[in-house]
Write a protein that binds this ligand. Structure first.
Ligand code: FE
Length: 391
């Protein structure tokens, strides 16, 4: 039995936040990250809309980037005291991801965190509350996905949680919120969305329901990302929708090894964290070359959908890879991990272990080509030095 799950409702466009005025219930908890939603006045707007609906409102603030198990447990405890019937998560990926996990422990306080690590094994939610997600960035698409990433800092491990129970009930795409993204974040999150769409389209789990969403998302990212990067408001709005469509695709078709590599390299080096979308953007052209052995016609479909027609599928795939390289250049994204600034000695010391971890990542299973740790190590070397993948 296969399944395709999306939020029940999606509100978008001008005044999308007005949907909050129409909610039925008694209490809403608003889960939010740092100060930017407050600074730009969106938090006040959200709270006042909820009050207009007659809901008592409480805030759970300061969810950190890469939210911790502790934050999740604190938020769940706050929910158990306040007993909201709506959870309203606002911000980038982190507060929304954290709120999804809080939701589980609010409804099932006796659950152990370890029990949630097994994918698609969550208890039935919505006994106490429903969930609204309002994203402030245009990339992770967590507002429509069945995923949440929580970090156990004591163990130094990131846990990707996955279950359709945590797919939100309502996603609100308010373009004015995404307009406030800084330029670099716009570039990184936009390339994250492109990676979601491409990995979903070539995934072993791709389906008739996910393909059109993935293809249209790729077309829209190529069309709107450069102008969105330059701050064009109309383009920002279209990117906000494109990333959401990519999310609808990958929540159901899953991802591939671009994400496996990004997950396991993101915090691996002492020189600093590689932002998720930036890592994906660097790796994507190399992984296309690696995966084309098994998915050439699928990549060629994508190429043709964006007007890149070679004399053969192989040539079309080359054009697609070159186009992604060109976008990375426009967006100020380096070509290699070396250019990103990872020291060579540290890379050499860690690459074998990272390769093993990347192969073991939850995203590897849906990748179109089976990947051994040896191949992954070779691939990571190509990504570091900028050599062409030819194996
Ligand atoms: Fe991603």
């Amino acid at each position: 039995m296969l399944r395709f799950t999306l939020p029940r409702d999606l509100y978008y466009g001008e005044n999308a936040l007005d949907v909050l005025k129409t909610l039925k219930g008694d209490r809403a908890i608003v889960v939010v990250g740092g100060g930017s939603m407050k600074r730009f006045g969106f938090l006040d707007k959200i709270v006042s809309n909820l009050k207009e609906a007659g809901l008592r409102t409480e805030l759970f603030e300061n969810v950190e980037p890469d939210p911790s198990v502790e934050t999740v447990m604190k938020g769940a405890a706050a929910m158990r005291t306040f007993e909201p019937d709506w959870i309203v998560a606002v911000g980038g990926g982190s507060p929304i991801d954290a709120a999804k996990a809080m939701w589980v422990f609010y409804e099932y306080p006796e659950t152990e965190f370890e029990q949630l690590i097994k994918p698609f094994s969550f208890p039935q939610l919505r006994r106490k509350a429903k969930f609204i997600a309002i994203p402030s960035t245009s990339g992770t698409a967590t507002e429509v996905t069945a995923f949440s990433v929580i970090t156990d800092y004591a163990k130094g491990v990131k846990y990707p949680l996955a279950d359709y129970n945590i797919t939100p009930d309502i996603a609100v795409l308010a373009p004015e919120i995404a307009e406030t993204m800084p330029k670099t974040l716009t570039a990184h999150t936009g390339m994250d969305a492109l990676t979601h769409a491409i990995e979903a389209y070539v995934s072993r789990m791709h389906a008739p329901f996910t393909d059109p969403l993935a293809i249209r998302a790729v077309q829209m990212v190529f069309e709107y990302l450069p102008a969105s990067y330059e701050g064009d408001k109309a383009a920002r709005e279209q990117m906000h929708y494109a990333q959401c469509m990519a999310g609808m695709a990958f929540s159901n078709a899953l991802l591939g090894i671009v994400h496996s590599m990004a997950h396991k390299t993101g915090a691996a080096f002492s020189g600093g964290h590689i932002p998720h979308g930036c890592a994906n953007a660097i790796y994507l052209p190399y992984v296309i070359d690696f995966n084309k052995k098994n998915a050439e016609s699928r990549f060629a479909d994508i190429a043709r959908a964006v007007g890149l027609q070679g004399a053969s599928d192989a040539e079309s795939v080359d054009r697609l890879r070159e186009k992604i390289d060109a976008y990375n250049a426009i967006l100020g994204i380096p070509k290699t991990l070396k250019d990103f600034g990872i020291p060579e000695a540290e890379f050499k010391e860690k690459v074998a272990n990272i390769a093993v971890l990347a192969v073991g990542d939850a995203c590897t299973g849906a990748n179109p080509r089976r990947t051994s740790p040896e191949e992954m190590e070779k691939l990571l070397n190509c990504v570091y030095y900028g050599t062409r993948v030819d194996f």
